[in-house]
Design a binder for this molecule. Structure first.
Ligand SMILES: Nc1ncnc2c1ncn2[C@@H]1O[C@H](COP(=O)(O)OP(=O)(O)OP(=O)(O)O)[C@@H](O)[C@H]1O
Length: 657
């Protein structure tokens, strides 16, 4: 047997034992008894018939009849008890396997594996095979064991009557074994081949049913188009399955014909031999039972062997995921990561998402001093969010270093690093959980501290909205995942979700680095002002990295860095950059010109130049051109390359998830 195969069999046996030793032992013992029962029954039947033919008395017949009654009972009862033990084993095994699989998934600290289509397919098949492959293997092995016992018993029986018959049956079964194994391999390969199509089919089906997508699907009339695409994938999957089913049917038909011919020939021989007095009537019954028993056992062995073989191949995906190891190297002895004292240093950082992708960061040098706020600005795709991902060590740079007080992040344990970071990502999550849970996830260590959850919500300006929900903080923020009889689930607005994401970040009280990637893109003007005032207070003297396309909100940063094409092209304070008259000044002026009345000369940032967060209020409810305070219509023409997706439609993010 091939190395990986025997390794996988041992792995499954070990898993079964770890999952439930009692059920495993019970299933094995019951399997042995169930395997022997038909053989014992056949022998007892022969003995009874021969005793009757000889005219033996009750003293000989009664014990035989009693033995037959007991084995008959065993034949009826044992399979049910064995089923129960196997079902118990199957459930415990599934629990253990899911635990191992998702533990393994959680050991990938980075993102690269999750963006790799091949890993996705492996993961998907691992998940599916976790559900049934191990128990197919365990149950299959038990059934094979049981069938082998039955087979051995009947082979011994048949040898006593006609050894040539044994040879014919066994030789006739060999091609069947071979064909079944080939087919099982082909089935496993077919499953791998159709997985991308299944993935796409699920994606289209999802789009057709997800509430987030329903709006666009209806507005753009995409329903039939997406249904057509989904059906095309299903047809492809059906074609692949049908081709294999046809091959299976053809070979099984040939095997069945061969089996019938052998059994028919044997029966003819037995009847003719009995007629000429060569064998007894009892011999005929045991012979007929043995031929059927051997063929049945062989069919079970071949079928279960093929299924177990297929399960074993599928189980290979599980072992591949479980044995994959972390996607980022985690040192055995990680460097300690004390509170940030000096700063984070990006030195000559080069990064691309894979070797097939272009460089996204090209030699970035940036020092983020402890206790200061650094703003990253630049057009869409300049690489701002990528820098954030490197700061969180979701990826490692391909060249260069990111150092935390001189410690290379590669030498640290990513989970320790992330405990020191609080973040609101541009593509924050909307969890289909209660409002309280959505916030609590920001710091699980806080446990059930409702006071802290509410404080964070207040800071993010969402407390009043949450208390007004049908079940307050316990309201499900989902229309589809609540209890079936509970219609109180709500859908929040885009801006409300963003505030919730902020509240989640505020749950972390003592982090060293605060990352805010477009924290207010979906907020109304008043809310944005409120949130930025709150953020300024919250940032305090924390080290912060702020990304925003609305330049008015970053002007009070200690350092503003302008990125373009993965390189830093300007850096300085707002005043320095404006005085330099470069890209930042051009973009800021462009935004301001869209905001000001002709000839007014004020910029959106002018009212906030004190940087204390109150100055913006000086703009009052009506800005010079009648726009609401804090709103910067010029954004459309500025840092967003003209398409301004996040400022205009903050909720489009959820459609892409
Ligand atoms: N996971 C990924 N895989 C491959 N390419 C990616 C990935 N994430 C981002 N990119 C690419 O990297 C480039 C930089 O993306 P990034 O999100 O860092 O830009 P950004 O400056 O934050 O843009 P925006 O202002 O639109 O948020 C883009 O061209 C993008 O297509």
């Amino acid at each position: 047997m091939a190395g990986p195969t025997s390794r996988r069999i041992r792995a499954v046996a070990a898993l079964a034992w770890q999952a439930n030793p009692a059920a495993t032992t019970g299933a094995v013992i019951l399997g042995v008894c169930a395997g022997l029962a038909p053989v014992v029954t056949a022998w007892l039947t022969k003995l009874v018939l021969d005793a009757l033919a000889r005219g033996d008395g009750a003293a000989r017949l009664v014990p035989l009849a009693a033995g037959l009654a007991v084995t008959g009972l065993a034949v009826i009862v044992l399979p049910h008890v064995a089923d129960y033990a196997q079902a118990q084993l199957r459930r415990d095994l599934r629990l253990l396997i899911y635990d191992r699989l998702f533990r393994a998934v959680n050991t990938h600290p980075g993102l690269s594996r999750f963006e790799n289509p091949s890993f996705h397919d492996t993961l998907r098949l691992a998940y599916e095979s976790s559900n049934n492959a191990p128990d197919r293997l365990v149950v299959g092995t038990l059934m094979i064991g049981q069938a082998v016992i039955t087979l051995s018993g009947f082979v011994v029986t048949l040898l006593a009557v006609n050894w040539i018959m044994v040879a014919v049956i066994v030789v006739a079964a060999l091609p069947s074994v071979r064909i079944q194994l080939v087919l099982s391999r082909e089935r496993a390969e077919m499953m791998w081949d159709i997985t991308p199509a299944m993935r796409r089919q699920i994606f289209y089906g999802d789009l057709l049913t997800r509430p987030e997508a329903a709006k666009e699907v209806r507005l753009f009339g995409l329903g039939d188009h997406l249904r057509g695409r989904m059906l095309r994938e299903v047809r492809g999957i059906n074609r692949a399955e049908r081709d294999l089913d046809r091959r299976t049917l053809r070979s099984q038909g040939v095997m069945a014909l061969l089996g019938s011919a052998v059994a028919g020939g044997g029966l003819l021989w037995a009847i003719l031999s009995a007629a000429s007095g060569g064998i007894t009537v009892g011999d005929v019954t045991v012979f007929v039972a043995a031929v059927a028993g051997v063929q049945g056992a062989l069919t079970t062995i071949v079928g279960q062997w093929a299924d177990a073989h297929n399960a074993l191949l599928m189980f290979g995906h599980y072992t591949q995921v479980v044995e994959a190891g972390p996607d980022l190297p985690v040192p055995a002895d990680p460097a300690p990561l004390p509170a940030l004292r000096e700063g984070i240093d990006l030195r000559d950082v080069w990064f691309r998402y894979s070797h097939e992708h272009p460089w996204i960061l090209r030699g970035v040098d940036l020092f983020i001093p402890a206790g200061r706020t650094v703003a990253l600005v630049g057009v869409n795709g300049a690489g701002k969010s990528t820098i954030v991902k490197l700061l969180c060590r979701l990826y490692d740079p391909e060249r260069g270093h990111v150092r935390w007080d001189g410690v290379d992040l590669r030498d640290t344990d990513p989970s320790r690093l992330r405990e020191r970071i609080g973040a609101v990502f541009q593509d924050y999550m909307e969890y289909d959980l209660s409002a309280a849970d959505n916030i609590r996830l920001g710091d699980l260590k806080a446990g059930d501290d409702r006071g802290r959850v509410q404080d964070s919500a207040r800071q993010a300006g969402i407390h009043d909205a949450l208390t007004a929900l049908p079940r307050g903080y316990d309201t499900m923020l989902s229309r589809i995942f609540g209890d079936r009889d509970d219609q109180s689930g709500v859908a929040l607005s885009g801006g409300q979700w963003q505030r919730l994401a902020l509240a989640r970040a505020f749950m972390r009280r003592r982090q060293d680095l605060l990352i805010l990637d477009e924290p207010s893109s979906g907020l109304d003007a008043e809310a944005e002002h409120e949130v930025h005032t709150s953020l300024r207070r919250y940032r305090g003297d924390r080290t912060s990295v702020l990304i925003s396309h609305r330049l008015g909100t970053v002007r009070d940063a200690d350092l503003i860095v302008v990125l373009s094409g993965g390189q830093i092209i300007e850096r300085g304070t707002h005043e320095e950059l404006m005085a330099a008259g470069g890209e930042y000044a051009r973009l800021f002026t462009l935004q301001a010109s869209g905001y000001d009345s002709p000839g007014d000369g004020r910029s959106p940032g002018d009212g906030r130049s004190s940087g204390d967060g109150r100055a913006q209020e000086a703009e009052g409810p009506g800005s010079p051109d009648g726009s609401p305070p804090g709103r910067e219509p010029g954004a459309e023409a500025g840092l967003t390359d003209g398409d301004s997706p996040r400022t205009a439609t903050p909720n489009t993010r959820s459609a892409g998830r």
